[in-house]
Write a protein that binds this ligand. Structure first.
Ligand SMILES: Cc1cc2nc3c(=O)[nH]c(=O)nc-3n(C[C@H](O)[C@H](O)[C@H](O)COP(=O)(O)OP(=O)(O)OC[C@H]3O[C@@H](n4cnc5c(N)ncnc54)[C@H](O)[C@@H]3O)c2cc1C
Length: 415
């Protein structure tokens, strides 16, 4: 009987397996016997596609207040901080053998090689060095508790285990292997799940009113308002063929998504407003009053030319309007557009493009220190299947690494 079965060889599962197979620091006993079950042929598919193929392994600093959860926030903070960033970095550099570099402009850590594959392969190699067995191309289907542990049903038969770590991820990008089986099994075993939804996903606009600007990117400030709550993000914004993407859009996207899924009446839709530059309304008013020349050229000092032309047009002005001819109503309309354009979003790209899943197993369903289920001894839950996600920038891997490690160490205590 393998002592520990880890289901899922994604970020959280690989980390759980590595931690579970760590030699016990206290005694002379052997490390646990660990088997990983993974549906895909090689695991870690999200690691491979992360950060545009470069893998943003960690953020420069943890920002627990920017995480989103429907569970008590103090539980999230405790789980996230259980493995400090400095120790996580040291682990990648010393144990995995992947040197990291900090990109100052983005405040993110990437492998020096800029290759996500080095991170995925490094984790699998470390797990193997610690004796972890992998069963790839094997789908987990069901889990049943017994008197002496667990029976894990897979497409290749059943496996008995004393402890099980569920690390099957959420529902985002199903092509990477996650289809929600783990969430369903957790629910069937009586755990409370908070409604799931796509998060960190691009927004769409139908009709695609800004399709002509597709490919244009710029830094912006976004404010998404729903049910009186304001969520803000700053950073890159990208016009796409179908709508809007980029880090700032992804970071607030859960607000429109949740309004689409749950809103009704006056609350039916979140309002997302964009400030296209760092200038305030007063600064723009002054600029447009005190400068001379074409209005579009003044706007284009702060935003890309094509967007400047579009904003001038949307404000109801001819392209050759000069500041000296600017009417008060035109100036007000333009300043409103520059500082608080309402994004005409109508939908989102859903789980197909979501970087993470919102909702999931409620955090108070697990022991925050060991990640052991409060309902079933010997069962551990970690990673994206838990009810938490963070902003773009390495925070979601930090969550997967920290919770995966805690679950693996917790599982090792069972055997
Ligand atoms: C395009 C993209 C880019 C991203 N970029 C970043 C980034 O740069 N930085 C960052 O911090 N985060 C990033 N993320 C988010 C990050 O990838 C996830 O938060 C993280 O991978 C979640 O880890 P996990 O192990 O919980 O789940 P997953 O990575 O989804 O792993 C779950 C594993 O379980 C396996 N599995 C699922 N069901 C079964 C089953 N029934 N049987 C067997 N195996 C199963 C899956 O095949 C998969 O290997 C990105 C996500 C995407 C989609």
């Amino acid at each position: 009987m393998p002592s520990i079965v880890v289901v899922g060889a994604g970020a959280a599962g690989l980390m759980a397996a590595i931690a579970a197979a760590e030699r016990p620091s206290t005694g002379s006993g052997p490390s646990a016997d660990v088997t990983v079950i993974e549906r895909t042929r090689d695991g870690g598919r999200k690691i491979l596609i992360s950060g545009g193929g470069r893998c943003n392994v960690l953020p420069a600093a943890l920002e627990p207040d920017r995480f989103v959860t429907g569970s008590p926030a103090h539980l999230l903070r405790g789980m996230l901080r259980a493995w400090p960033l400095v120790s996580q970095r040291a682990f990648f550099e010393n144990d995995v053998g992947v040197r990291l570099k900090l990109e100052d402009d983005t405040a993110k850590f990437f492998p020096v090689s800029d290759r996500a594959r080095d991170v995925r392969d490094g984790l699998i190699a470390l797990a193997r060095r610690r004796g972890v067995q992998f069963q790839f191309d094997t789908s987990f289907t069901a889990l049943s508790p017994g008197s002496d542990g667990w029976t894990v049903d897979t497409s290749r038969g059943s496996i008995a285990a004393r402890a099980v770590v569920l690390a099957t991820g959420g529902l985002s990008v199903p092509a990477t292997g996650s289809d929600g089986t783990g969430l369903r099994v957790a629910a069937d075993l009586g755990h409370v799940l908070h409604d799931t939804y796509p998060a960190l996903t691009p927004l769409t606009s139908d009709p695609a009113v800004h399709a002509s600007l597709s490919g244009l990117s710029l830094p912006v400030r976004l404010r998404a308002t729903w049910r009186g709550k304001v969520t803000e993000a700053t950073g890159g914004f990208l016009f796409t063929h179908r709508g809007y993407s980029g880090p700032s859009v992804l970071d607030v996207s859960h607000v429109p998504v949740c309004s689409r899924l749950n809103g009704d009446g006056a609350d039916a839709r979140a309002v997302v407003r964009v400030a296209w530059s760092t200038k305030t309304a007063d600064e723009w008013q002054r600029d447009l009053q005190l400068s001379s020349g074409l209005v579009v050229n003044i706007v284009a000092r702060e935003v890309p030319q094509r967007l400047a032309e579009r904003l001038v047009k949307d404000a109801g002005m001819p392209a050759d309007r000069r500041t000296a001819e600017l009417r008060r109503a035109e100036r007000t309309a333009l300043v409103d557009l520059l500082t608080a354009s309402a994004l005409p979003w109508t939908g989102d790209e859903g789980y197909q493009k979501a970087e993470v899943t919102g909702g999931g197993v409620a955090l108070d369903e697990v022991n925050p220190r060991t990640l052991e289920s409060r309902r079933h001894a010997g069962l551990f839950l970690c990673g994206e299947m838990l009810d938490a996600f963070g902003p773009i920038g390495g925070h979601n891997f930090a969550w997967a690494w920290a919770t995966g490690r805690a679950a693996g160490l917790g599982a090792a205590l069972v055997t």
